[in-house]
Design a protein around this ligand. Structure first.
Ligand code: PMP
Ligand code: GLN
Length: 381
């Protein structure tokens, strides 16, 4: 056998594949991997069909279809009051995942440090390490998972190249406040630190709260790349279309990587999205839409032994299962799938070293029927 040296010796298969496969094997309700089980707006499907019939079937320009970049520029202006140049500061990516990877590959050099907050989405660390960077982890402590700015200040060194943030936050369902963003602005001012701001749940924020995008702060926007996902916003995770916004000097470097990783993204979907974005209510309805689901799911657990933590954004609900079991999160998640027919995500896997806090993440981007069935099963445990 040919000898190889693994570039990611400690990395296994992502928990999302593991749990979704287990859910399928056991015919369990899949509240693990974050994806909706309800249909995409038929209007959007119709727009794609029309785009395909109209001949939008060949390569799009490398940074994305101009009409879509224009529509995103207008949306950003309206939503965050920030003007990004559609030609030089917006790039359409194959989902947020590829956008994150391209940004990290373009900007992190061997030996650079990248600060991330844990628990953290699982694609960040391998992307940094593949580029020879070193991840510096700052814990977010349960139950509030708020950033500790003294710890951030202490973690910053001459080698800090990037701070990677994620608000609304997966997997905890928390959001960063305006004052957190001001703190970030302060700790990075007068430095060359780049902020990579994963905002894929930007439109899923509850209880009248606002999403404080890095784009809304002058001191952050000049050093930030914001990351968005149409998969999350338009209930179509399988299309894998997202985008990055960043000042031109950063975007020039990112495109150098992007062009050789995918070159460009699905043309007809881009065309349809550029038209669908013309109607603001297609995304401004999301807080209301998902808050109803959050409330229904939490409400259905009042009598159960699963104790929901606060959830201010995303479509994930953390639940404490201490009253049921002291098994590790992974063991309990597997047993819940196999024996009770409900798949969820152990959050321990989003920490550098497995940390068991008796917490599971449930995705409530589901039909009312699915959520009701899940609640019946969970209430029996
Ligand atoms: N970041 C976070 C925090 C996520 O939850 C996800 C999952 N959708 C992604 C990035 C990746 O998004 P996409 O499916 O658009 O690649
Ligand atoms: N973002 C989704 C989640 O957190 C999953 C994405 C994936 O499967 N890679 O569940």
């Amino acid at each position: 056998m040919t000898k190889i040296c693994s570039k990611l010796p400690e990395t296994g298969t992502t928990i999302f594949s593991v749990m979704s496969q287990l859910a399928a094997e056991h015919k369990a309700l899949n509240l693990s991997q974050g994806f909706p089980d309800f249909p995409v707006d038929p209007q959007l499907i119709e727009l794609i069909y029309r785009a395909m019939k109209d001949g939008y079937n060949q390569y799009a320009p490398m940074p994305g279809l101009p009409a879509l970049r224009e529509a995103i520029a207008q949306k950003n202006e309206k939503t965050y009051g920030r003007s990004y140049d559609a030609n030089t500061e917006i790039t359409i990516t194959a989902g947020a995942t590829q956008g994150l990877h391209a940004a990290i590959s373009a900007l992190v050099h061997p030996g650079d440090e990248v600060i991330i907050f844990v628990p953290a989405y699982d694609s960040y660390k391998p992307a940094v390490e593949l580029n020879g960077g070193k991840v510096v982890e700052i814990p977010l402590e349960a139950p509030d998972f708020e950033p500790d700015w003294d710890r951030v200040r202490a973690a910053i060194s001459e080698k800090t190249r990037m701070i990677l943030i994620n608000t609304p936050h997966n997997p905890t369902g928390t959001i960063w406040s305006k004052s957190d963003m001001h703190e970030l602005e302060k700790v990075t001012s007068d430095t060359d630190i780049i902020v990579l701001s994963d905002e894929v749940y930007e439109h899923i924020v509850f209880d009248g709260n606002e999403h404080w995008s890095a784009a809304r702060f002058d001191g952050l926007a000049e050093r930030s790349i914001t990351v968005s996902s149409f998969g999350k916003t338009f209930h179509a995770t399988g299309w894998k279309v997202g985008y990055l916004c960043a000042p031109a000097h950063l975007m020039t470097e990112i495109r150098k990587v992007h062009q050789y990783v995918v070159f460009s993204v699905n043309t007809s979907v881009q065309m349809a999205l550029s038209q669908y974005l013309q109607k603001d209510s297609n995304w401004t309805n999301l807080p209301d839409f998902y808050q109803k689901k959050r409330d229904a799911f939490r409400g259905s657990l009042t009598e159960s032994k699963f104790k929901p933590l606060a959830c201010s954004g995303t479509y994930f609900q953390l639940c404490d299962y201490s009253q049921i079991s002291d098994e590790s999160e992974l063991e309990f998640a597997k047993r819940l799938t196999a024996e009770h027919g409900i798949a969820a995500i152990p959050i321990s896997v989003f920490y550098p070293e497995i940390k068991n806090q008796n917490l599971l993440r449930f995705c409530f981007a589901k039909n009312d029927r699915t959520l009701e069935e899940a609640a019946i099963a969970l209430n029996k445990i």
